[in-house]
Ligand binder design. Structure first.
Ligand code: AHG
Ligand code: MN
Ligand code: MN
Ligand code: MN
Length: 341
């Protein structure tokens, strides 16, 4: 074993090089991302204990989404809050599991960044031992808000304004997938060293695919273009798309997106006709936007059916949106189905 094989490039070296050479991150953002990555190590450790750590099962509480909270939803949220309060690089945080923003307490210095997260994505998979994850997004405090108390509206920035985004996936390997605007890098946790080792320098999504991911049980709620597209996929080689399609649905967005970043595919959680005005299940600010930033940085495409998700101007912190993302040519195909109406 050479020293190189022991000291492989890790998250710190990647971020220092991004800061020094590419100027994509400031020292503040670099520390923020390292702190989030450290919190994800702690979450992954808790997740891996399962029943041995007393972390499975639900609480009696509901979150602002109207979902019954799992113990790990709340524990993961607390780990991220505690890890990120003291650093001096944040002004406030927002989370799927908190009704409104969490300002940095007065006894800590404030920074010029905002951190948003889905602390535990794929909660319905926690108790059945299927891969789950943590999704995060970093925004800058708007200039006009730098000298006043942060308000919820300061978070309502379109996804194109993200400074960084990523996810941790707690699966057979614990991995961190991250973009700071210069492509997408993947790190695998070396649990003996406690180090996030760079294992893929630049992820690119294959432009074409024959694999779709959608929850078929919602079919009766879909809009016509989605129904037509899936019908055409199921028609196989004799159908209008002229090829056989495979289907996957893990029901952890992090795991489905990780598969798509790794081997291509199209992920669809379209807006549907349930609950009036409900624009789909997934949340714009801490699911759709960070995942869309990653997918675009890896050469893919991400739309709500017709519009680029990263261009959407948010109006509420927890607003939902339809999500169709993945291999560029397949997402473009679905966009054309929507154009035809
Ligand atoms: P969360 O666990 O953070 O609430 O997110 C769950 C989301 C997403 O991870 C996944 O793609 C989707 O819910 C699955 O929805 P269905 O259970 O309706 O298939
Ligand atoms: Mn989620
Ligand atoms: Mn969640
Ligand atoms: Mn949830």
């Amino acid at each position: 074993m050479t020293s190189e094989s022991v000291l492989k490039k890790n998250l710190t070296q990647y971020l220092v090089e991004q800061q020094r050479q590419k100027k994509t991150v400031t020292a503040d953002v670099r520390l923020l991302l390292e702190t989030v990555a450290r919190a994800c190590k702690a979450i992954g450790h808790a997740v891996s204990k399962g029943a041995l750590g007393g972390v499975l099962g639900s609480l009696d509480s509901e979150n602002v989404q109207g979902e019954v909270q799992k113990k790990l939803d709340v524990l993961s949220n607390e780990i991220l809050l505690e890890a990120n309060e003291w650093g001096g690089n944040l002004a406030a945080m927002a989370s799927e599991e908190m009704d409104t923003l969490h300002r940095i307490p007065d006894y800590y210095p404030k920074g010029e960044n905002l951190l948003l997260f889905d602390p535990l994505d794929g909660s319905s998979n926690i108790d059945v031992n299927v891969s789950i994850g943590t999704i995060f997004s970093v925004l800058s405090v708007p200039p006009e808000a730098r000298d006043r108390v942060i308000e919820e509206q300061d978070f309502l920035q379109p996804g194109v304004r993200q400074v960084a985004a990523g996810y941790a996936i707690y699966g057979p390997q614990t991995m961190l997938v991250l973009t700071v605007g210069d492509g997408v890098a993947a790190f695998t946790l070396d649990k003996e060293m406690g180090s996030w080792v760079l294992t893929t320098e630049r992820i690119t999504i294959p432009e074409d695919t024959s694999e779709f991911a959608i929850n078929m049980s919602n079919m009766r709620h879909w809009e016509a273009p989605v129904k037509r597209y899936i019908d055409d996929c199921l028609a196989g080689p004799e159908g209008p798309l002229g090829k056989n399609y495979n289907m996957r649905w893990i029901a952890s967005m992090v795991a489905d997106v990780h598969r798509i970043l790794t081997r291509g595919g199209i992920f669809m959680y379209p807006r549907d006709a349930r609950a009036s005005g409900r624009k789909g299940k997934l949340r714009l600010m801490y699911e759709a936007n960070p995942m869309s930033f990653l997918v675009e940085q890896a050469g893919g495409m991400s739309i709500d059916g017709t519009q680029r998700i990263l261009d959407v101007q948010p109006t509420e912190l927890h607003q939902r949106i339809g999500v169709i993302l993945g291999s560029r040519n397949e997402v473009e195909r679905v966009r054309q189905y929507h154009e035809q109406g």
